[in-house]
Design a protein around this ligand. Structure first.
Ligand SMILES: C[S@@+](CC[C@H](N)C(=O)[O-])C[C@H]1O[C@@H](n2cnc3c(N)ncnc32)[C@H](O)[C@@H]1O
Length: 453
């Protein structure tokens, strides 16, 4: 029996046993291809499969407007389902496309890895530093801290230079080598991802990784991860190729270009309202792999992300009018001094403003009765919990969706800044697109409810 609670006329179903492990990236670590780049904010492929399999009629078209490293698109491809995926980060976009290709030939890749390996063994001379506007990356800029030691920087340069020299005929394999390098960067650096950004490892000065060791790690990864997975799936010929359905850019802009009345199911996880800036967390991959070389490009990328952190200065934003949100914002107004950044109230308004615009833009793209599964987490600011799941559900209700239920996936710790004992609910909001006629009746009943209240 599912544990069921009901407040605000919404059903909150306890699905922790089923979802606890699926909403984290953990299960993907042993999942071929899904494991190519570890993204802690991602969900497991099983999460997507579970949802697809519970549908009464097998969906033909799925949408993930916050695609990350393409878990939804790949899980759908494996089930023969077309999936439109939109991702803002050019690095995640490239990782996704590399994962979705099904035309690799293992014997070709094998030869290319061996040639790469032979080439790296000849790389001995000192290389000039990469030309990046940000000078925090490499040892030797009169810095007292740096992210990559000189031998590591040389090795990265060796790999990047060889990738750049690749014959055009092997372009699809170039993308694989880029994934391999991207997946190694954090491990050979002096920093770690602390959840919100990058922090120096405690013993970073004592670490010493040689140029040769970096080369070996890279080749080992190509052989033991990429090659193994390509081999294990070589015989699988997918019916659909989601490679062509992935779009790079801001979903607040791009959703409107999708065909109307085409999507059966939405499975997605937007950035959480937890002040994480993906341009900061994945800074190494973006700068070192050449997606960003100037601060201005970084700023542009940051601004094209959903409002969910305080790094972008925005004018006053008007939030959708939802009781729970109004109460939360007025609590923050009163407790302004306790906030660690004065931009937090505006970020919160912006987050829900953006979520409303995404829900509005998606509406005409969905077929009647299309189902939506949105994985989010509640957040805490000013020592109070913001019920993100409930607020998004209520915003959806005003925009032509029925709230089916909210599935509780697990409880997670709030950030240290909040020092709150109470854990935060991570959940899956389940919505259904109302048919147009149903929608009118529904809006009327909402108005009546408001009038009675
Ligand atoms: C929680 S992650 C999604 C992870 C994904 N479910 C997976 O398993 O790979 C949210 C993603 O949304 C992306 N994102 C943020 N703002 C966006 C926007 N405006 N348009 C498209 N993607 C965006 C981030 O770059 C990040 O990759």
């Amino acid at each position: 029996m599912q544990n069921k609670m009901n407040h605000n006329l919404i059903d909150y179903i306890d699905k922790q046993n089923q979802y606890r492990n699926l909403v984290s990236f953990k299960s993907n670590k042993v999942n071929p291809v899904h494991r190519w780049f570890p993204m802690v904010e991602g969900f497991g492929a099983e999460f997507v499969r579970d949802i697809i399999l519970e549908q009464k009629v097998s969906p033909k078209v799925c949408l993930d407007p916050f695609s990350g490293i393409g878990t939804t698109a790949l899980a759908c491809q494996d089930l023969g389902i077309k999936c439109f995926a939109i991702e803002n980060s050019p690095f995640f976009f490239d990782v996704t496309r590399a994962k979705l290709r099904a035309d690799y030939e293992s014997h070709v890749f094998d030869i290319l890895i061996s040639t790469f390996d032979d080439h790296l063994k000849t790389c001995l001379v000192e290389l000039p530093e990469m030309e990046l506007e940000s000078k925090t990356f490499f040892q030797g800029n009169n810095l007292d801290r740096w992210i990559f030691d000189k031998p590591v920087a040389n090795a990265i340069n060796d790999i990047l230079n060889h990738i750049a020299d690749f014959d055009q005929n092997y372009e699809i394999y170039t993308a694989l080598f880029k994934v391999a390098l991207g997946a190694q960067l954090i491990q050979v650096s002096n920093v770690y991802r602390n959840g919100k950004c990058l922090s120096y490892l405690k013993n970073w000065q004592e670490r010493s990784i040689s140029r040769n060791e970096v080369h070996e790690m890279f080749i080992l990864y190509c052989r033991e991860v990429l090659m193994m997975d390509i081999r294990s799936r070589e015989m699988i010929k997918p019916d659909v190729h989601n490679y062509i359905n992935v779009h790079r850019g801001d979903s607040r802009v791009l959703i409107s270009s999708l065909p109307n009345d085409s999507v059966d199911v939405v499975i997605t996880s937007p950035p959480y309202l937890n002040s994480r800036d993906y341009t900061d967390i994945y800074r190494l991959e973006l700068w070192i792999m050449g997606y960003v070389t100037k601060f201005d490009q970084e700023r542009k990328l940051r601004s094209s992300a959903l409002t969910s952190h305080v790094q972008v200065k925005l004018g006053y934003l008007k939030a959708p009018e939802i009781d729970e949100l109004d109460r939360f914002l007025s609590h923050l107004e009163k407790s302004k001094t306790k906030l660690w950044n004065k931009g937090i109230p505006n970020m919160i308004r912006g987050y829900f403003f953006d979520m409303e615009s995404i829900l509005k833009d998606m509406h005409p793209k969905l077929k009647s009765n299309a189902m939506l599964y949105i994985n989010v987490s509640n957040s805490a600011y000013g020592r109070m919990i913001c019920e993100v799941d409930t607020i998004i559900a209520k915003i959806a209700e005003r925009n032509g969706y029925e709230i089916v239920e909210i599935r509780i996936a697990r409880y997670i710790n709030s950030s240290k800044q909040q020092s709150m004992r109470k854990k935060l609910r991570e959940s899956v909001i389940v919505l259904k697109k109302l048919e147009e006629r149903g929608r009118d009746c529904f809006l009327l009943s909402l108005e009546n409810k408001a009038a009675i209240a």
